[in-house]
Design a protein around this ligand. Structure first.
Ligand code: WT7
Length: 655
């Protein structure tokens, strides 16, 4: 495979003049600087991008690999860097957040306002006894208050763990227990697509499930005024808590390695992992990548459509843009309400100049735009746009071209950013003023990131040959550990056979001509459905926990035009194998069960039933076969080792 010259989109030099990194020579100079003096390169940037209370004297400490430390003896506060610092620079009156509610109502918050609100909530948390190092779970929808809650935790040195508002009571319970949270911050309800959905009630359910005894207080932001249960000794309205609190709150100066947040994410085995991030190194990469990858300038209006429940919403909503003093849009609703033109209308209304979204959203909007001109981007004035971004999964070249032409008017570079919850920020991405683009390729490592492709023994593979994506050197915003599971951290990310390299879990290939990276997808049992990451084992566990019905279950992914991958479950029931209407009914029941156990995003798209699963004589489930069945492929694999070949015909049958 070689990047055909016809597919290369050169940098639009006229419009990208003055970019923070302009031209490939500037890009290469940064890469060379990092190669010549790795610690010095990151130290220079850490001084430029972060304001330290006490400066660090050492950049990287690798004496206890893979537990790397960065800028360890420096002290700082993230909230100071995102808020006070901008006010001190004279940006107090600048709009920090343009919030658009589901119903279209717009609220603007300046940097001074955001600082005051953060301080009042921080003081309220302190008044409830929350201290440095305590964990606080945030279970909120997209809101100003959600960002304020994260900033308030950062201000007092409490470690937040945001749980996506689509997760079930059971998933929330697991994360509260895992983190040992002393407090949960939530809202009465959330509003999405014209519907009111519960949040506080799910917190109550989660706590009622048991194991959350560490939680002393639940702070509730009143979003809708909808009815919720109330435990007077535990529950407090946010507006009551913050009333009368001072608008100043001295930041808690913490060491650079202090855990800013935990964020649970799925792995290939076991329960979700609590990815622990640092303060100093994380903030550096959040600010740096926001500036270089999106070429953020003073008058930009940045909009990242992610949810604060995912890492993208942490780095590119709650922290990166604010650390730069940028103006950003925060959106409560969904892209298809009141119609599928919502994104385009919001770009037009708020004069968004940098827009960052996921391929799955683009693909679903393409279909709707094709069906109706009224919701096609061409019906809106999108001339404010300068740069487009993509994140979460590979973007297929057809979607890339559509996005480029119809949203970007053919003039906006698309930065296809590859990274992960564990990496804290962009790892492989174009820089819009420097990197010629190839649709479907995330192009080159961010300057200083030692991404490479190796074989199973950690040796480099030549370009043009696929392999395992690794990062050869530690970087400032990398995962520090899995909360409470240091051994699992080591074995998951630094397997001994890979020479101490960080294992990303994705396959990749480099172009023989220009060395560009293309991500070929996960090499483990992690699925990516609409950019949401899920472990097959988690879904299998949820299915078999329906002990009344299910004897055994296996879950695989299959390619899907809109969601990237779709979940397909193969289930053996305790009773007889159902067919026809009975099968449909049980499939619906099981889908809802999984929705309740994990969250709606984990519901299998398809469930098929067999008297058994295809296994080898040693009892191993043959997942390769299941993947072929899920794709409705003819089985060409060798099935001679199969214990029970007859089940294949059953499992090929759709309900
Ligand atoms: C996995 C990480 C990155 C923040 C949101 C998802 C896939 C992510 C890309 C991309 C191809 C991508 C990978 C990765 N992925 N971005 N630009 N091209 N694949 O974070 O939930 O931790 O998922 O998402 O498979 O490992 P996450």
């Amino acid at each position: 495979m070689s990047n055909d010259a016809a597919t290369v989109h050169p940098v639009p030099e006229a419009t990208m003049q003055g970019a923070h990194v302009f031209g490939m020579a500037a890009h290469q100079a940064l890469v060379a600087e990092a190669e010549a003096d790795y610690g010095g390169y990151w130290a220079r940037l850490a001084r430029e991008f972060v304001t330290w209370k006490t400066p660090f004297t050492k950049s990287l400490d690798d004496s206890n690999a893979p537990f790397f430390k960065w800028f360890e003896d420096g002290t700082l506060n993230v909230s100071y860097n995102c808020l006070d610092r901008n006010v001190e620079r004279g940006l107090g009156g600048k709009v920090a957040i343009v919030f658009e509610a589901d119903d279209g109502q717009v609220t603007r918050v300046t940097y001074s306002d955001l600082l005051a609100r953060t301080c009042r909530l921080a003081n309220a948390l302190k008044a409830r006894g929350v201290k440095k190092g305590d964990r606080v779970v945030i279970y909120m929808a997209m809101s100003i208050e959600g960002v304020v809650a994260m900033q308030a935790c950062a201000r007092i040195g409490a470690t937040h763990s945001v749980v996506f508002g689509g997760f079930s009571a059971q998933s929330l319970r697991d994360r509260i227990e895992g983190a040992g949270a002393v407090m949960v911050i939530t809202a009465d309800e959330q509003v999405r697509g014209g519907k009111q959905l519960p949040l506080k009630a799910i917190v109550d359910d989660a706590i009622a499930l048991g194991g959350c005894e560490s939680v002393k207080d639940v702070i509730v932001y009143r979003r809708t005024g909808g009815k919720t249960g109330w435990h007077p000794s535990r529950d407090h309205w946010m507006h009551d808590e913050t009333e009368g609190q001072p608008e100043v709150c001295e930041p808690e100066w913490v060491g650079a390695e202090h855990p800013l947040f935990l964020l649970y994410t799925s792995g290939s085995t076991g329960k979700p992992k609590g990815v622990q991030h640092s303060t100093g190194g994380y903030l550096l990469h959040a600010a740096l990548t926001t500036k270089w990858t999106f070429d953020i300038r003073d008058d930009d209006v940045f909009w990242c459509t992610a949810d604060i429940g995912w890492v993208t919403g942490h780095t590119y909503i709650a922290y990166g843009p604010l650390a730069l003093g940028a103006t950003e849009v925060v959106f409560e609703g969904v892209p298809t309400y009141p119609d599928a033109g919502r994104f385009w209308k919001m770009i037009q209304d708020h004069k968004v100049s940098v827009f960052y979204t996921a391929p799955t959203a683009i693909r679903s909007l393409i279909k709707l735009a094709d069906a109706s001109d009224a919701v096609h981007p061409k019906s809106y004035d999108l001339s404010s746009l300068r740069i487009l971004g993509s994140v979460g999964e590979p973007i297929n070249p057809a979607a890339w071209e559509w996005y480029h032409r119809n949203v970007g008017g053919g003039r906006c570079p698309i930065v296809d950013t590859f990274w992960q919850t564990e990496t804290g920020g962009h790892m492989i991405t174009p820089l819009p003023g420097a990197t010629p683009l190839v649709p479907g390729s995330c192009t080159l490592p961010f300057p200083g990131i030692a991404a490479a492709i190796v074989d199973e023994t950690g040796n480099d593979v030549p370009n043009g040959q696929g392999g395992i994506l690794v990062v050869k050197k530690p970087w400032p915003s990398m995962i520090r550990t899995i909360w409470g599971e240091a051994d699992r951290f080591k074995s998951s990310y630094f397997p001994p056979e890979l020479k101490g390299y960080y294992l990303a879990g994705d396959g990749a290939i480099r172009d023989p001509g220009n060395g560009y990276f293309t991500i070929t997808g996960r090499i483990d049992d992690v699925l990516n459905v609409s950019g949401h990451r899920m472990g097959t084992m988690e879904i299998e566990s949820a299915l078999v926990s329906c002990t009344d019905l299910v004897a055994e279950a296996a879950v695989v992914g299959r390619p899907d035009d809109t969601t990237g991958e779709a979940i397909c479950a193969f289930v053996v029931l305790k009773g007889e194998r159902p067919t026809g209407a009975a099968a449909k009914k049980i499939a619906t029941e099981l889908r809802n069960w999984v929705g309740r156990e994990i969250g709606p995003i984990a519901k299998p798209k398809e469930i098929r039933f067999g008297d058994n699963l295809p296994k080898t004589r040693s009892g191993k489930i043959m997942r390769r076969l299941l993947r072929s069945l899920a794709k409705d492929e003819e089985i060409t694999q060798d099935t001679s080792t199969l214990e029970n070949p007859a089940v294949l015909a059953q499992l090929a049958e759709k309900n």
